[in-house]
Structures are given as C-alpha cells and as structure tokens.
Ligand binder design. Structure first.
Ligand code: UD1
Length: 416
C-alpha cells in the first residue's frame, strides 16, 4: 500500500490549478441515468471515487467513454438497475443512483452503504422521500429495493439538511408526475451545479441554492454537455496548506464565492486573501492566530474543512474551540495530530486545540479523506519527516496531490 513521505518546513509558493469538484461530479454522473441520450461532462477530476462511480454505472448497462478530463455517458441500454455491495461499500455516494434509477426504470436495488469511519450516516431521508413520492421501498438483505410505476410529485420535508438526500430526491422528482417541493433542502453549491445540469437536460427545477426547491416533473430528459464546478474543498485544503507553512500561493480555475466561511476564518487567522474572478491568492503571516469554528450546512463552515483547520490551529498562536455538528465521529485525525506534537483535547463534539510552537514529524495513519488532508497539512509544517500511511483515502478525493504540492515547492514523495 502506498504511503506519503513529507519533509516539512518549506513555505508553499507558486500557482496550481484546482480540479473539478468530487462532490459535484458524483451526483452529476448519476444524473445521466435519467435520459437515453448521451450526456458529456467536462472538468471531471481523476479520482478513485469517480472511477468507482463509472464502474457502478457501467455494470448497469451505461456506456462510458472517458477522454482527458471529459466523460460521456449514454444510458440508452440501461438494463440492470442494481448497485451491488462490493462497489457501494467503497463509496457511500453510490446511494445517489437510487433516485435516478427509480425515476427512469421504475425499480432500483441499491446496497445499503453501512457505517463509515466518520459516523453512522443513515439514508433514511432518501427512503422517506421516495416513499412519499409513491415508491414501494423495502429494506431487505442489506439492499434498498424500490419499485413504482411512475413516481408522483409530493411535498417533501427532510428531518435534517442532507446533501446527497436533496440531490437524490431532486433527480427523482425530475421525471415524476406533477410538482415536487423539497423543503429544508441543502443549499450547497454542488446542489446548484446539479440543478443547472438538470435544467440543461430539460428538467424544470427552481430554487436550488435556497432551502426550498421546486421541481415540475416532465416525461423525459435529453442529453447535454456540462462543465463540473471547481472543488471548493480542494481549494480550501491548499489555502490551509499555504497558511500553515507561511506560504504565498495562487490557485486558478476556482472561485472564492463558494468559500466565504472558509476565507473569513483564514483572514481571521491573519492571512491576506485576494479574490479574483476565477482565482484566489493567499499570503500567510509569520504566525497564524487560532480561530474557533463550528461546522454547519452551507453557507456556514463546512464539515469537510474541519480537519484541515484543526491542523492549522495546532500551530497557531492561541487556543481554538472547534465544534463538529454534522458527523458524530469526525475527530479521528486528532489522535494522529497529537502524535505529531499537537495539544488537542476532545470532549464529545468539541475539540479544544492549544497552538504549539512546532510539530515534529512522525508516522501517522490516514483514517478518512479529510482526516488525511489534515495530516498532509500538519506534515508540511512539521519538522523532519512525516510518513502518512493508507493514503488511498487521499486518492479518493484529491487529484494529483503529490504533483500539485510538488509544484508549490513541497518536498513530498509517494513510497511503496
Ligand atoms: C455530503 C458530502 C460530504 C459532506 C457531507 C456534509 C457528497 C458526495 N458528500 O455527504 O463530503 O461531508 O455532505 O456536508 O456530497 N443523515 C441522516 N439520514 C439521511 C441522510 C443524512 O441521518 O438520510 C445525517 C448524516 O448522518 C449526517 C447529516 O445528516 O449526520 C448530514 O449528512 P449528509 O448531508 O446527507 O451527508 P452526505 O450527503 O452523505
């Protein structure tokens, strides 16, 4: 299994391009299930999660053609609306095929994703919504089995804000009979990107980006070409990496408009951030100031940036209080950061991080995608060598991480 060896202490400097967003790409690829016509996506990131999704779609009978950063999907021969456990267990976002499959085929059999490192992550809201739209849903032998003749428009209210839940129900509603209203909808930019693509495919969706989304069902959708939005979490991760190393970087092909809460905290920490139309530059101060934060659904501070900010606070001046309100078990990076010399105390969903003057390199273990990113950030500022094990998590969500960090001057190497 590959590991990542980082020799810390180099301030990041230079310019790199940000890739297409993983969390936009995954639902968008599933949207191609809604039509017989080809749908082409550009700016598709080369990530293991994207590869898993394409494999999942291919075994359902979808034709997949991939060239450079574009993917064309044609679901005219869709004949097997099943998502098997072997694929779903490696990627929870596989549940995103459920809504489109029921809407298009009148049937879907999707393995329950099960728990994952950051918490239980049930899919009850996805099931509740489809049931309210008239599907008969049974959970049997570890699979969600949904059947219907045609979904019916309905007024849906999710008990909590769920991103993939909103996306699944929005896609399902596009081919339903009548109007669907999703209340308490997720407002994430990736939901908006998906809605824009659906509209380009002929769907009648309005309100995406607010907490009430309205969808007038249509009989069929058609093909389109859609450019995937930039990855705001990849953007935020490199900004944090530059901030902790006292660096000065420019990220192109991205936009600060999706990152207000994160940029606000970086500025509170003492960084100078310059926003252009499709680029962001960051210049770090000699020492960062600790910043407290609380994760919440968009537009508040994203849970997917919590781990990276814990690494940042580990070496900042002062004490930060972090509250994680989305996932119950998302502090597994803390014990690894402590192995590098960080002073972190966890009490329930609260972490108290007292900044230390320096971290020392050590061998650490990546436990999930964003936890891994926080260990990379810590390794970049730690003195000496940090060896990160199990970096397959990083390959799921960061395109060419080693090369991009290398281009910014970091001393990073993949080792067997
Ligand atoms: C998405 C993102 C993930 C991010 C998360 C929160 C994708 C592919 N993944 O995950 O990177 O960390 O949003 O911003 O976009 N919940 C339920 N029942 C449900 C659905 C959710 O109880 O049916 C709970 C979850 O356990 C969690 C909270 O709701 O506590 C939010 O989860 P949700 O927004 O659904 O996360 P994902 O869509 O899986």
């Amino acid at each position: 299994m590959d590991k990542l060896l980082i020799e810390g202490g180099v301030p990041l400097a230079g310019e790199i391009a940000i890739s297409g967003a993983k969390n936009a790409a995954l639902p968008l690829l599933c949207a191609a299930l809604l039509t017989r016509e080809p749908v082409t996506f550009t700016n598709v990131p080369k990530l293991n999660d994207v590869g898993t999704m394409l494999k999942l779609l291919a075994q359902m009978g979808v034709k997949v053609a991939r060239e450079a950063d574009s993917v064309t999907l044609e679901a005219s021969g869709l004949d097997n609306p099943v998502a098997p456990y072997e694929l779903v267990k490696t990627m929870r976002a596989s549940i995103l095929v459920l809504g489109p499959l029921v809407a298009r085929c009148g049937e879907a059999k999707v393995s329950l994703p099960g728990g994952c490192a950051i918490g239980a992550r049930p899919v009850d809201q996805h099931i509740k919504g489809l049931t309210e739209m008239g599907a008969a849903v049974a959970v049997e032998h570890g699979y969600v089995h949904a059947r219907t003749t045609r979904l019916k428009g309905a007024r849906l209210f999710t008990d909590m804000v769920t991103v993939t839940g909103t996306e699944n129900l929005m896609m399902a509603a596009c081919l339903a009979d009548g109007e669907t209203v999703i209340e308490n909808a997720a407002r994430e930019p990736e939901v908006v990107d998906l809605a824009n693509c659906l509209v380009a495919m002929g769907a009648r969706v309005s309100g995406a980006g607010s907490d009430v989304i309205r969808i007038q069902g249509v009989a069929s959708l058609h093909g389109t070409t859609h450019r995937i939005m930039p990855d705001r979490i990849e953007t935020g991760t490199y900004l944090c990496a530059a901030a902790v190393t006292g660096g000065n970087i420019r990220l192109t092909g991205t936009s600060a408009s999706y990152l207000d809460a994160v940029i606000d905290k970086l500025m509170d920490a003492g960084c100078e951030v310059i926003q252009e139309r499709s680029a962001i530059s960051l210049k770090a101060p000699p020492r960062l100031t600790a910043v407290s934060l609380r994760t919440s659904p968009y537009p508040a501070f994203p849970t997917d940036m919590q781990a990276q900010f814990m690494a940042l606070n580990a070496v900042a001046d002062g004490t930060a209080v972090i509250r994680e309100t989305i996932f119950e078990n998302r502090y597994m990076h803390a014990v690894e950061l402590i192995r590098l010399g960080a002073d972190i105390r966890i009490d329930g969903n609260t972490a108290v991080v007292r900044g230390v003057a320096k971290l020392d390199g050590a061998t650490v273990m990546a436990t999930d995608l964003r936890a891994s990113a926080s260990l990379v950030i810590a390794g970049l500022v730690a003195q000496g060598e940090t060896l990160i094990e199990r970096i397959y998590h990083l390959d799921r969500g960061y395109e060419n991480l080693g090369q991009k960090l290398g281009a910014l001057g970091a001393r990073v190497r993949r080792v067997k």
